[in-house]
Design a protein around this ligand. Structure first.
Ligand code: SF4
Ligand code: SF4
Length: 63
């Protein structure tokens, strides 16, 4: 499992430096998460950090 970024993203950049495994990348027009790299913050934080910092709830579990 991994997290992903939806079209709700406003490209604020808040999540990118918060990812402990550098899975989040700036894109055009929105940011993206590499599903192969995302570890859902397991072993780093109690809950997914990108979800916590995103102001528009654009970080969601990848279906
Ligand atoms: S859930 Fe954690 S590991 Fe996955 S992209 Fe978000 S901050 Fe990075
Ligand atoms: S914190 Fe949310 S709105 Fe900001 S770049 Fe990340 S996904 Fe997009």
């Amino acid at each position: 499992m991994a997290y992903t970024i939806t079209d709700e993203c406003i490209a604020c950049g808040a999540c990118e430096p918060e990812c402990p495994v550098h899975a989040i990348n700036e894109g055009d027009p929105i940011y993206s998460i590499d599903p192969e790299t995302c570890v859902e913050c397991k072993g780093h934080f109690d809950s997914p950090h990108c979800v916590e910092v995103c102001p528009v709830e654009a970080c969601v579990p990848l279906e």
